[in-house]
Design a protein around this ligand. Structure first.
Ligand code: GAL
Length: 642
């Protein structure tokens, strides 16, 4: 299949003369898919119940006439001013009661029946009108659900939260048990007494906070589902909604992925960060894994600079091309941007676009046009095989970053601390939920899986021959954020062959010894009692820092601290070698990412150096050569089975 290429198109910001030019420029740029209608609500329904789709018909017809598909939005992402003017109760509230007013976007309470009713009425109109349109290619529900309003604390949400809790726990006694409300006199005797975790004198109940995070995610998912069901009544085209992925805690991508036909992701790596492409890579591996390896869509990225950081540096020449190919290499079948034509007014007028303020005689449009041609050289659809799985779980993410822990943990940083050495070693990873089928992986890496209800699947995985690497503060609490009795980490003690007696956070980096070398560790340490595990690395006081335990036919490593990046790399290299995990290519120059996807081998030079890669024989070059300039890309095709 052809790779989709295009971006967000906001024609309501321009007159029809510009639309005609847009079509010509899109054709020149090789565009074949446009996301449209995302912020069109106020333009198609200028007054309640008064619909004006005439202009939008022309936009859709233009697409059809020019061979461009529409990723058609349900138009509900930004309610028109009349809605909150008539029904102020749809406006969301923060923890402290602050109202989030209109004048921006996404100013709706996800639980609001009023918002949902108006949204449903609009989606019916859109779906009925365009389901048979020849340009319609895919449905784009909402936009970045929860991007700005992650949780709403208003009274409507409070009532919805109570309903959700009733469905989850059945009885108030069950809820009291789950939330451990005998602590601090929090015992509830009636559902009506329960509120969202609003601003309070001090620390809030962890179970209540965790459930509110789950509920808030579900409330948004309900909005998504309601729109999807309407669309499906009219159309059998695939349905998606764009995630922000691993930088976005409110939306559980694993849960939402199952509700879509194809997953799409918006990705905005920061060009000034040296590891931006690695952070992006982690997110790409996750969205690909979220639907079992199915190709995904890069729904948005910036052609050059964004406008929402403190300091917005453009993508240097070649970077947009390199990062676009990186997404394709890691499983994307679409390369899309925000947005087509750079706005003259509005909050995003300094965000880059495919057609900049300066028009087509610009570096950015030229790079966009060139990429559009180049993407046609490669077929999408290919699958990726990974021998390593990194575990991630949204419930754990909420819980492990909760209040009042021995030390503050940033789970994204922990994930990166484990993922980056694997990326640097050119080991292909999937990023999966702990409940996924792990049997096909040679190594499973478990960063800070604090919330783990049940360790039996991981124990079985090792028993059957799998290799496991678990890092500190894992297996501590159950699904309600209550500590497992029986010594930390109770669900993993058997497989790890140890017990954690005490957490001992480090206020300064400390030294440890590993295989005759000395290195550093920081943030965290633990006092371990060994119950069968062997010591691999020790702190200077002689206590174990890293252990290894043979269990059944497999092996389980435990890392009781945050090792320096170099030591983490050594540990993971060792774990990979013992598990029989191979890099995609050996002897690659530093900074080069290699990925095999289907019959293609992608080489991506993220370094600032010119490099030569020893490309395996038997392939045909589709793009580039074995000599790659800084930020260069090469793609080779191999016959089946080579
Ligand atoms: C995304 C959003 C787009 C646009 C973009 C700018 O989060 O979906 O509408 O605002 O950011 O980077």
């Amino acid at each position: 299949m052809t790779i989709w290429y295009g971006g967000d198109y906001n024609p309501e910001q321009w007159g029809p003369e510009v639309w005609t030019e847009d079509m010509a420029l899109m054709r020149r740029a090789g565009v074949n898919l446009m996301s449209v209608g995302i912020f069109s609500w106020a333009s198609v329904e200028p007054r309640p119940g008064e619909f004006d789709f005439g202009w939008f018909d022309r936009v859709m017809d233009n697409f059809a006439d020019n061979g461009i598909g529409a990723s058609l939005a349900t138009m509900t992402a930004s309610p028109p001013p009349w809605l909150s003017h008539r029904h102020p109760e749809v406006l969301p509230r923060q923890e402290d009661g602050t109202i989030l007013w209109p004048g921006s976007r996404q100013h709706y309470c996800p639980s609001s029946p009023v918002y949902r009713d108006y949204a449903a009425r609009l989606v019916e109109q859109v779906a009925a009108r365009y389901s048979g349109h020849p340009a319609l290619t895919i449905w784009h529900i909402g936009n970045e659900f929860g991007c700005h309003v992650r949780q709403c604390f208003c009274d409507v949400s409070a009532e919805d939260f109570r309903r959700w809790l009733r469905a989850r726990y059945g009885t108030i006694d069950e809820l009291n048990r789950a939330w451990a409300t005998s602590f601090w006199s929090q015992r509830y005797s009636d559902w009506a007494e329960i509120h969202p975790p609003r601003t309070a004198p001090t620390l809030l109940n962890p179970g209540q906070r965790l459930d509110f995070a789950r509920f808030s995610d579900d409330a948004l998912l309900e909005c998504y589902r309601a729109e999807r069901e309407i669309v499906r009544r009219f159309s059998d085209k695939p349905v998606t909604t764009n995630f922000i992925g691993l930088v976005h805690k409110p939306i559980d991508s694993f849960k939402w992925a199952l509700e879509q036909d194809v997953v799409s992701l918006d990705s905005y790596p920061d060009p000034v960060s040296g590891r931006a492409h690695k952070e992006a890579a982690l997110g790409y591996d996750l969205v690909r894994s979220a639907r079992g390896g199915q190709p995904w869509l890069l729904m948005e990225q910036a052609p050059s600079a964004v406008n929402w950081r403190e300091h917005n540096v453009p993508k240097p020449p070649g970077t947009m091309r390199l990062w676009s190919w990186q997404a394709v290499a890691q499983g994307a079948d679409a390369v899309m941007f925000f947005q087509w034509r750079q706005s003259l007014g509005g909050a995003e007028r300094f965000h880059s676009a495919m057609v900049p303020h300066g028009g087509t005689q610009t570096r950015v449009y030229e790079e966009i046009r060139a990429l559009g041609q180049e993407l046609t050289l490669v077929e999408g659809g290919g699958r990726i095989r990974a021998d390593v799985a990194v575990l991630h779980d949204w419930d754990n993410w909420h819980a492990v970053e909760g209040d009042a822990h021995p030390a503050r943990i940033d789970l994204f940083e922990t994930l990166m601390a484990h993922y980056e050495p694997l990326f640097d070693a050119n080991v292909t990873c999937d990023v999966v939920h702990p409940s996924a089928d792990l049997s096909g992986y040679k190594l499973v890496v478990v960063p800070n899986l604090y919330l783990l209800h049940d360790g039996s699947a991981l124990t079985r995985y090792v028993h059957n021959g799998g290799h496991l690497l678990v890092s500190y503060f894992s297996g501590i609490v159950d699904a309600h954020d209550r500590v497992h009795p029986g010594g930390y980490p109770a669900p993993l003690r058997e497989v790890l062959g140890l017990r954690v007696d005490e957490f001992w956070p480090l206020s300064e980096p400390t030294m440890l010894s590993f295989n005759g070398t000395r290195d550093t560790a920081s943030l965290w340490s633990e006092w371990l009692t060994l119950e069968g595990a062997d010591v691999v690395a020790t702190f200077d006081d002689g206590r174990p820092a890293v252990t290894r335990h043979a269990h059944g036919a497999g092996l389980a490593w435990y890392v009781a601290t945050r090792p320096s990046p170099s030591l983490m790399r050594t540990l993971l290299d060792n774990a990979c070698a013992e598990a029989g995990v191979q890099p995609v290519l050996t002897g690659l120059p530093e900074g080069v990412q290699a990925i095999r996807r289907g019959r293609h081998l992608f080489l991506l030079n993220h370094s600032g150096e010119r490099v030569t890669v020893a490309v395996p024989p038997g392939g045909t070059p589709l793009i580039g050569t074995a000599k790659l300039d800084p930020r260069d890309v090469a793609v080779w095709s191999y016959p089946e089975g080579v």
